[in-house]
Design a binder for this molecule. Sequence first.
Ligand code: CA
Length: 708
Amino acid sequence: MLRNRKLNLALAGSVALALALPLAACSVKDTPVASASGGVTAQSLMAADGANWLSYGRTYDEQRFSPLNQITDGNVGELGLAWYADMDTARGQEATPLVIDGKIYFSTAWSKAKAYDALSGKLLWEYDPKVPGETAVKACCDVVNRGMAAWGAKLYMGTLDGRLVALDRATGKEVWSVVTVDQTKPYTITGAPRAINGMIMIGNGGAEMGVRGYVTAYDAQTGKQLWRFYTVPDKPGNNDEEYLKKAEATWKGEWWKLGGGGTVWDAMAYDPELDLLYIGVGNGSPWNQAYRSPGGGDNLYLSSIVAIHAKTGEYAWHFQQTPGETWDFTATQHIILADMEIDGKPRKVLMQAPKNGFFYVIDRTNGQFISGNAYAPLNWAKVLDPVSGRPIENPEARYDLTGKPFISMPGAAGAHSWHPMAYDPTNRLVYIPAQFAAYPYFPSKDWKPQAVGFNTGIDSAAGAMPAIKAARDAAKAATTGAVVAWDPVAKKERWRISFPGPWNGGMLATAGGLLFQGNAKGMFAAYSAKDGRELWSFPAQTGVVAAPITFKAGNDQYVAVLAGWGGVWPLATGVLADKSGPVRNISRLLVFKIGGAAKLPSAPPFEEKRLDPPALVGTPATVAMGNNLYGQYCTVCHGDAAVGGLLPDLRHSPLNADPEAWQSVVHDGILNANGMIGWSKYMTKDQIETIRHYVIKRANEDKALETR
Ligand code: CA
């Protein structure tokens, strides 16, 4: 099966995972590495030739740069579809597949998993953890999953409802499962675990709703918990550890009641020489600091990169990017480790382009700030203090203090979200799938936490897009995307690939001089890694948000991507959701090779649906109440101002004309299994009826705009 003799020997017996460590090839021999099982060590796989893709970011340094060079800027024009596989979940696909020994493994929406033969495309097994549909209401950002980890003969993944499961890699059968969260609270898991020295590290999400963030290490064989590291302090008196005591002094009020936030929902990276695990910590719960920590404070360790001793789970250092975070500015975005010369000295760095719009270069041995420069247009802060790296804020941006709305660039979606970057160590460029989009922060007045849904302290009804063509056009014009090729040594952009809209796919860079990326226009494309010239493209028939991978099977190099439009942008952003043009979800694994000649079935046409709402009902007062309730409970899934993206666009719903059917769905919950819970515990029938009034009002407003 394996062509490479060295690999073949290394993989003999029970195959182990071992992660290639290109951090410093010379140091590899000195690095003690754990035996996964059957005596096969990570060390024996150090000379990775790129045939496999063994971890979320390919290697522990998460560079997403493959040494494979069969597909080059010279022959990529001959790249064609080798095979494809349809998925059974028409929701956002964000996962990076793993490839081990000629087989592809990946997770899909609703935390399902699949395995295929990489050469033939034959389905080997599939796994469904049967996540209850109503879990969807706890998810801020679609029912996605970003990937798996592998160790020994097992695969590991988190489930949306907060389990960590171990699967037998050969059969897909569940070996063990542990609940990693308090399932009575709005925790979810969408991020990929990491496998380190016989431990599986997993975080969680939920800081929009109200939880306390942490990361946990489990024994890879048994699922036994080894350590847990909290990112924000508990209430005073409960913080025994020194780093949490230190954090406690940076909070005010009763932050623990809503958990404080700081979830570790995506980025992790690992330096085996230093045995440091780097985690990216999320935003505060609630966003609005006036309610979270009245009187301010830095609120450690929100919006920070924290280094943890992997073996013990002990705090090593932290670097906070956005002290007193109040804009949903997470530091959970992709973390890349690399060694490079800066100002004439070799430095071991950690790089990140978080939501707040600054590109950070940090010394990963001690957390020292090296540089931070804007990679996107910003108005909340223009520069960082050159010594401390602390942002010098625009006072108007602190809506939490002024009590006045602020339209921030970037907004809550960030100048860069979870979409993986790539780093090409030969060109020394980081490729950032960036986005340029503002967000209106309207502080809620007299805010109280609600039992379900978003708890941000932001009034999304007040900030909703008005039905005014000029306002929409201006917002659309200001909302774009790009791949920014960033030089981390020169601290500046070298060039960019521009897109009409945000929410384009994750990146892959290869030694063939290529970049691969799917996009919101429904294309999957290859670019020159040197200058961004487009060299090849393929109509994927769907928006692509996940990152591609490359691997070798038989004699050929392949490129694969999990296609399928989704995530928070198409759900929540209303008229901005389709800024790149009409887009839909067709969830598929697409696998390419030189000379591939497979064809996709023709895509169904886009439906041009005209609005046909019933006549207005209700009074200005009921419509206003419906607007508020919609903003509180519905916006995040059904879209800003009732303009739907991926999930049903309520303006078109036949239920608008049928108050009883409306109640059966919204109050009684007959679509519970699909993720649309009944809201009877949270709203009365009369309140639910006012949301219908609001939706009908919105549909009529937009119909008038259409026909103008
Ligand atoms: Ca968030």
